[in-house]
Design a binder for this molecule. Structure first.
Ligand code: ATP
Ligand code: MG
Length: 485
């Protein structure tokens, strides 16, 4: 056998290489599997981008619970034409420069994954303009393929329209829930972000009807009133504390106001909404013996920690974080809530503390699902069939115009916190997961407790509570009850 022949024989004996590098589009779709679970995930990513862009007004429009259309418009910094195209590439971000920056991320996004992931499973249109550019730019993407980028007349800021989410991934599409359920998730998502960004005005419309609108006056109570209704917001008392460098701010409701799940436990780390079982535990521990079993407090807890002590890069949707000093965080939260409760004459009776963590907490056993998604909600008034003014095609009217110009078709927004209950408040009131008998018993108990009070849920402690002192609404230090009549 010649040298050549033996080389040939050796090569043919080697197994063919089975490993290939996936193309960008496939990689994006895989990433989308983690980042984009449902319309609310898209809403979260786009609204977070708008917040990171420094917007003061953010409008979210949904059709069919976001399954047909999600449109997020902001008046933030916008992008140049080159940036707009680059933003749709995987790992393109303006928020970090190197791995070192991950340790101290101050923005909500940082991975450069959201836009390409969303674009790979939808029809996407991006219209954007910076104040420095004379003209804007429109980029159209179908299933991850950029179809075109053209100049466009538009106002400063960015509008993203996502149509037919999961049109090319039928397995995902099949798992989307009903319109009210998907809508409730998006409302929850926008509401949570609004509470930690009270200086931004959020406006969420569904089928051109206002579902949630926050005043953007810098007052978290105003955002909470829009989200939960004024009745609940009026009961909230502020919490404030600091321990071992962990700051805690927020609001709690009196113990006789409780929920069947954790839907009204809102937690934030450096203004980033998070889910955390041990922060839940810290709050519930402070309420122990004050709330009935299998009921959960109403609490908004904003934790302020050195960014170096928290890893925000541990969860696909960034909803969970890892604290270096979790015991200190637990202690600070628990102490702050406890102090606020006892400051209002509500101290837990002395019983052995629940074991740290969730394993042995009786509360978790058989807990009612915390999420709003299991609830059934009928929109305040059903839209007329075909009444939407937003066309489902990518020539969305109004997309290149001023997204914040008054929309004659939209339901006139009520001023949050000053008019009648907000629709989402109604939605929450509509949730009924316990039986009639239980509600009646609760009402009787509340009536008995109420008889001891002088008109305010906390007045047992001797007077109205001052919430959001210093805000423009109602004047500095105005009693909460006065500001939210
Ligand atoms: N509404 C917006 N206004 C201005 N710039 C935006 C907007 N949305 C996106 N961008 C730009 O596009 C980039 C990519 O956005 P994308 O959401 O994909 O990634 P990211 O926000 O950097 O990180 P993450 O994937 O964690 O969200 C951003 O870094 C930002 O520079
Ligand atoms: Mg982002």
């Amino acid at each position: 056998m010649t040298d050549y022949e033996s080389e040939q024989a050796r090569d043919s004996a080697q197994p063919e290489c089975r490993i290939v590098l996936l193309d960008d589009n496939t990689a994006n779709r895989i990433a989308a599997g983690e980042v984009v679970e449902r319309p609310a995930s898209v809403v979260k990513e786009l609204v977070e981008n708008a917040i990171d862009a420094g917007a003061t007004r953010i409008r979210v429009r949904l059709l069919d619970g976001g399954k047909r259309l999600i449109e997020v418009a902001d008046n933030g910094c916008g992008m140049s034409a080159e940036e707009a195209v680059l933003a749709l590439q995987r790992h393109a971000t303006s928020k970090i420069r190197s791995a070192d920056d991950l340790a101290s991320v101050a923005t909500l996004g940082f991975r450069g994954e959201a836009l390409p992931s969303i674009a790979s499973v939808s029809h996407l249109q991006l219209v954007t303009k910076t104040a420095a550019c004379d003209a804007g730019c429109r980029v159209i993407v179908h299933g991850g393929d950029i179809e075109g980028a053209d100049p466009a007349g538009c106002s400063d800021g960015t509008t993203l329209a996502i149509e037919d989410l999961f049109y090319n991934t039928p397995a995902r599409l099949k798992f989307l829930k009903t319109t009210p359920t998907e809508l409730a998730r998006s409302v929850e998502t926008v509401g949570h972000l609004a509470v930690s960004h009270p200086a931004i005005s959020f406006h969420l419309l569904h089928d051109d009807q206002t579902v949630l609108q926050t005043p953007g006056a810098g007052d978290a109570i105003g955002a909470l009133a829009a989200l939960w209704g004024r009745e609940t917001a009026r009961t909230l008392a502020p919490i404030s504390g600091e321990s071992n460098g962990v700051g805690v701010e927020g609001f709690i409701a009196p113990p006789d106001i409780h929920r069947p799940g954790r839907s009204h436990e809102l937690f934030y780390v450096n203004r980033r909404p998070i889910r955390s079982r041990f922060v839940s535990h810290a709050v519930e521990d402070a309420y122990r013996t004050l709330t009935p079993d299998a009921r959960y407090p109403v609490a908004v807890v904003l934790i302020d920690v050195n960014p170096l002590l928290v890893d925000v890069n541990v969860h696909p949707t960034k909803m969970e974080v890892k604290f270096t000093n979790d015991r200190e965080v637990h202690h600070a939260v628990s102490q702050s809530v406890r102090a606020a409760l006892s400051g209002h004459g509500q101290a837990p009776t002395l019983t052995p503390p629940r074991t740290f963590g969730w394993r042995s907490s009786g509360r978790e056993a058989g807990a009612v699902p915390s999420s709003l998604v299991d609830a059934v909600w009928t929109p305040p008034s059903a839209p007329e069939p075909g009444a939407s003014s937003v066309a489902p095609s990518l020539g969305l009217p109004g997309l290149s115009g001023d997204p914040f110009a008054p929309d004659p078709e939209a339901t006139p927004p009520e001023e949050a916190g000053s008019g009648p209950e907000q629709p989402f408040g109604e939605m929450l009131r509509g949730f009924r997961v316990l039986g009639q008998a239980r509600r009646r018993a609760r009402a009787l108990r509340a009536a008995a407790q109420g008889a001891q009070r002088a008109g305010h849920p906390w007045s047992a402690a001797g007077g109205a509570v001052h919430c959001g002192a210093g805000s423009g609404r109602g004047g500095a230090g105005a009693p909460e009850a006065a500001r939210l009549p």
